[in-house]
Each structure stands twice: as C-alpha cells, then as structure tokens.
Design a protein around this ligand. Sequence first.
Ligand code: F0G
Length: 458
Amino acid sequence: MKNRTVAEPYKIKMVEPLKVTTRAFREEAMSAAGHNTFLLRSEDVFIDLLTDSGTSAMSDRQWAGMMLGDEAYAGAKNFYNLEEAIREVYGFRHVVPTHQGRAAEHITSQLRIRKGQYVPMNMYFTTTREHAERAGGTFHDCIIDEAHDPACEHPFKGNVDVAKLDKLARDHGAESIAYLSIAPCVNMAGGQPFSMANLREVSAWARERGIPIIFDATRAVENCFFIRQREEGYQGRPVARILREMMSYGEGCTVSSKKDNLRNIGGFIATNNEEFFTKAKEMVVVFEGLHTYGGLAGRDMEAMARGIREMVDDDYIASRVRQVEHLGRRLVEAGVPIVRPVGGHAVFLDAKRFLPHLPQDRFPAQALAAALYVDSGVRAMERGIVSAGRDPRTGDHRRPKLELVRLTIPRRVYTNLHMDVVAESCEALYEERDAIRGLRMTYEPESLRFFQARFEQV
Ligand code: F0G
C-alpha cells in the first residue's frame, strides 16, 4: 500500500472551547472592525488563521519549563539554557534575546546599516523592510522573478537571483550593500523555500565581495523540510543537520521565536561576529532589557530553549508541513486559485484570480478576507496592496504583483477537520465570488498600515 496516512506525533492534553456564531453576528462584527480582520476580537473567531505567529500550542515539556523560570534580573539559568540550545541547533556562538523578532530587526538594522546603503532581501517582509528604512537603508528585492508569479510551480521560489545582486553591486559598488537579508520560507511569497544550492551560490558571491549574510531565520525549519523533500542529496537527512548547514553560510540571524520556535513570545539575535555582538548587547539594554533577558521572563526563555529543540524533530516538522499541504490540496481539488506550490506555514488564496472583477485599488484581498470571516468565522489576513504600504519617495501605493489572502496555520493547534471547514468555506465563496464587493479605505495609519487601517464597502 502506498501513501499511508501519517498522523501527528502528539496527542491533545488540554482543549480551549471555540465560540460558534451566526452569520448575522459575524456581519456586524466585521463591519464594526472596519473590514480589517486585525480589528476583530479573537473570541468572535471560530478558526483563527490570522497568523502562525505566537499562536503555537506548547508541549507539556515547555509548560513544565515555565515552572522552572529563574526570575532573576541578571544571569538567569534559563538564559544559559537558551544560549546552549541556540548554539547547538543554529550553530551561532553569541545570543542576544529580544522580546520578539522585530526588536532583533531594529537592533540589527540600526547597527549594521549606514544611511544610504542598500539591503537586498529575497522579497520584503513588512517589519524587516520598515526597520531597514528607518535605519536609512533602501530595500532591494533580489528574489527570482518566479516568486512574483502565483501560478509558477518552481520548487524553490524563495531563491535569490544572483544576477540582481550583481547588477546592484555593479551600479552602486559592493560597499553600498549593508548585508544580504535572506529569509527562508519567504513569508510574502507564499511561504516559499530557497534551495541549499542557491544559498551556496549566494554565499560564494557575497564572500567574494566581503558582504555578510544575516538571515531572517524566523521560518528556517520549514525551509529545511522542503530541502529534505525536494533537493538532490538531502533526502532522508535530519532537518537538524540541514539547519546547521544553512546557518553556516551566514554571519548571524535574527529570529522571531513566535514561529519555528513554538513560542507565544520571544526572539533573538545570534551571531559569530564579536563586534556586532558587543554592540547589540549594549543596545539591547537600552531598548529591551539586560542582555541576559532582553525583555523576556526567565520562564519564557526556558520554554523557548525547549521549543528550539522540539522544532527540529523530523516527525513533528513533517506533520506540520503536511497539514498545510492538506489544506492546499483540498483547495486545488475544488479549483480555488491559490499560490503554487503550497508553502510551509500557510496557504495563500490568489485574490487577483479569485476576484477578477475587483481592481487592486478596491483591495480585493482585504475584501476576500472579510468575506471569509462573514461566511464561516475563519480569520485570515490580507497580503497585498494594503500590506505593501506606500512608497516613501512618491507617496503612492506600492502595487505588488501578488494580491493574496493568507490562511496561516498555527503549529500543533488545529485538526485536519478544521482545515476541511476552511476549505469548504473558501469553496463556497468561490462559487459566489461575483457577489463580493470591493472596499474603500477610510482610515490609513502612516506605517504598517495593514494592522490598523479601516475600510467600508463600495
Ligand atoms: N520576519 C518574518 C519573516 C516574519 O514573518 C515576522 C513576523 C517577523 C520577522 C517579525 O517578528 O512578529 O516576532 O516581531 N511575522 C508575523 C506574521 C507578524 O504574521 O507573519 P515578530
């Protein structure tokens, strides 16, 4: 028998009841939230696929670790456990904890970007680009063109296009590049991985020019799983070994522990660069807390240390990615347009093909996310023109090629029956897609507008 079902390598010990609501209730809730799913109350949501960030279910070992918090101001035992876990699993010597990923990005950007420098990234991420720009840097997209095409089946759409890096270096000089900010399982591209072969090529290019690589290693393990599944020479290799190899090409990384690390809060900078480490330690004290806690309680660091060891369990990561695949497969079978191939942390609805009657200025992905909540109480997130924000030079909307709704799967939280409910709701909406109306923005915050913007139907 081929393709036997593989079940989750854990069982459920505690449950959290979900509220079942009526359509009329949800219509009112969505309108009160200004058609922005970020402004809904969580208790009014049935299946919450807003994000995989901070929404993981912790293991019994992590919860046990919470009781072992050493709540000392300085030198807590849990910090040393965390440092040891990061050294072992990621392979970097120095660790600076932060309260979450964007704090690590803030410190890294301020210390490593000089005004006027470029920061190439394999597609932007909202907070990463924001911090680079606040530090006086200019974001430069260096992902392969295939990443901008939601229908393209390329197995490694997170790959860096070295020709784009080369052009940037030729046009402005290698010294104009602060560092390469490389993200595994590129969030905004649909959770798409890069290959190790591509990373090796990028690393050789960067080393020749003295440009460091600083990973945004927030979703690295999922990328390692895809490498193991898809890349020649890596089949059957433990993801833990693949991760060590991946990180060995970088000088350091910033991480949001709210994803891979199976934590509800936390983040860190890890690096082998002594000078960067010393400066980051000085800066973390100003913005986060002492360098042995960085805005986290001892118990948080203990649960992080344990999550970091659990995330590289091969059976766990396989079941995690396969659940995302399960939802993707159901949608493909129903003919619902999604980003292909399915990524590591989320399935992305292609709102441009889903709602061809809505121009991008009517915020199709925002409208679709709102309609999904009204249909079934499933909460998703816009990843299109609203998330892309405005160009700081021209003040115009940035118009990304990808206009997506992200169905993000929290780790170890929902069952495949929940995934089936989500798939059926998307299917039902697709059948009635002509009835979905566009939106007009009625309130627009200056930065990271997608979090708090408000809309009304037109
Ligand atoms: N980098 C990536 C790739 C991310 O996806 C995120 C957060 C961050 C950095 C920032 O980390 O939230 O801990 O400050 N992404 C969340 C999401 C918000 O929903 O995708 P943070």
